[in-house]
Design a protein around this ligand. Structure first.
Ligand SMILES: [Zn+2]
Length: 425
């Protein structure tokens, strides 16, 4: 009998510390040289900081390079569309082009394997014999196709369900004996509730074993409900639109193992200097990728590093939970909302003097309330409501739950236009 594989790539995942150090030194040296020669953006960044590529020979040297801000990448996209000059391959080498909020166009090269995503999904508990439903969108954004490819990378069977259609998806799960799920925790809860309504409950008619959750913060209580009440093992992933998934929880559920396809640092967002393990700072990533080589890319997400050995046997460092965002953006229902976007939507509407978008948490769901001050009493509230709803849908891809109107001078102009009032318990 063949023993069940425990790792996706045992040699890499369990490298002893000194071997891991050598591995990273080699990879860092290689990608810095490659990026300097092939990505005008990286060349400009290194030249601007007076960095000699030959002086970068490993993790210690990497610290000399200033962190690349997310905004700098976004500006590069704007100045030389569609990919900015960050991309390091010729356009004809691409097999797909995706769109992420921003908007940012994500290039995918021909032959792209999605190894780190395969590793993450395997590490989070999915196996070749699993029949997995992918509930992320399969068009425009990368998520659906990316996970699809990653699952097929280790032989799992995929059901490309996409978003929405809860009733149909519940039927699929029952009829096809689905054992694995990839999506947001909120959508999984929707499916569980719908299944109950349709009298084919989880735990009886639907025997889901593993759920890989990503795209939004998962409250502890909700996770416990999945695990204890329905017997679904859960694993969380972490990634960004630019890089894809690069960290995952193993069955120990104690931090997210960092994939070997990236090098991760935690830095003080103000100075760019590394902080000590356990201390909170910005996640900064160096991505060993020939299409989009990024060197010390600041994700804007705040977390901390766990360096104690993990009982699973993997020797990579682990990221703790994501504790927040540097600056004024945060994720709402799995989508990033930036304060400037909110401002733009509000200022486009005639009759509004000021306003604010407030995010709260109700029944395990992000709830969005827009409060606006009207400077003209005679303006048509229904019309303003429609324009705001459409504005937020177009700009942030979010549906607003409530719009409340206030008389002039009651909200105040000093306030922020985007407020996170959620509590996670
Ligand atoms: Zn582990």
């Amino acid at each position: 009998m063949i023993a069940m594989k425990k790792y996706f790539d045992e040699a890499l995942e369990t490298m002893p510390p000194d071997e891991r150090q050598r591995y990273y030194s080699e990879k860092i040296k290689e990608i810095v040289h490659y990026a300097y020669e092939n990505s005008p953006f990286i060349k400009r960044h290194l030249d601007g900081a007076g960095i000699e590529v030959d002086a970068i020979n490993g993790p210690e040297d990497l610290k000399k390079i200033p962190v690349i801000k997310k905004e700098a990448v976004r500006d590069a996209h704007r100045l030389s569309p569609p990919f900015g000059d960050v991309i390091a391959v010729q356009p004809e080498q691409l097999q797909r082009i995706y769109m992420s909020p921003g908007p940012i166009y994500d290039p995918e090269s021909k032959g792209e394997l999605r190894l780190k995503e395969s590793k993450a999904l395997f590490g989070a508990g999915l196996r070749p014999h699993d029949r997995v439903m992918v509930t992320f969108s399969y068009h425009l954004v990368p998520a659906g196709l990316l996970f699809d490819k990653a699952l097929r990378g280790f032989g799992a069977t995929v059901i490309p369900a996409g978003v929405g259609n809860t009733e149909l998806q519940v039927g699929l799960m029952r009829d096809l004996n689905v054992t694995g799920y990839i999506g947001t925790a909120t959508f999984l809860l929707n499916l569980i509730n719908k299944a109950e309504e349709l009298k084919c409950p989880f735990g009886q008619d639907i025997l889901l074993k593993s759920a890989v959750l990503t795209g939004e913060k998962v409250p502890k209580s909700l996770r416990e409900t999945f695990e204890k009440k329905y017997g679904i093992k859960t694993g969380q992933l972490y990634g960004t639109a630019e890089i894809g998934v690069f960290a995952y929880e193993c069955s120990e559920q104690s931090g997210m193992h960092v994939c070997e396809e990236v090098f991760v640092e935690i830095v003080d967002p103000k100075t760019g200097c590394n902080v000590t393990p356990g201390e909170v700072g910005e996640i900064v990533v160096t991505f060993f990728d020939n299409t989009l080589p990024l060197i010390r890319f600041g994700t804007g997400d705040l977390s901390y590093m766990q360096v104690e050995p993990c009982p699973c046997g993997r020797t990579s460092v682990r990221l703790g939970e994501i504790v927040g965002r540097v600056g004024d953006s945060f994720k709402v229902r799995g989508m990033f909302v930036h304060e400037p976007q909110v401002k733009e939507v509000l200022t486009k509407v005639n009759g509004i003097s000021t306003g604010v978008l407030i995010v709260t948490r109700k029944n395990q769901r992000d709830e969005l309330t827009v409060k606006v001050e009207l400077d003209d009493k005679s303006c048509n509230k229904d019309e303003v409501r429609q324009i705001l709803e459409k504005g937020f849908r177009d700009a942030c891809r979010l549906k607003i739950d409530q719009i409340e109107f206030f008389p002039l001078g009651t909200i105040g102009t000093e306030e922020k236009t985007l407020v996170d009032d959620r509590t996670w318990d």
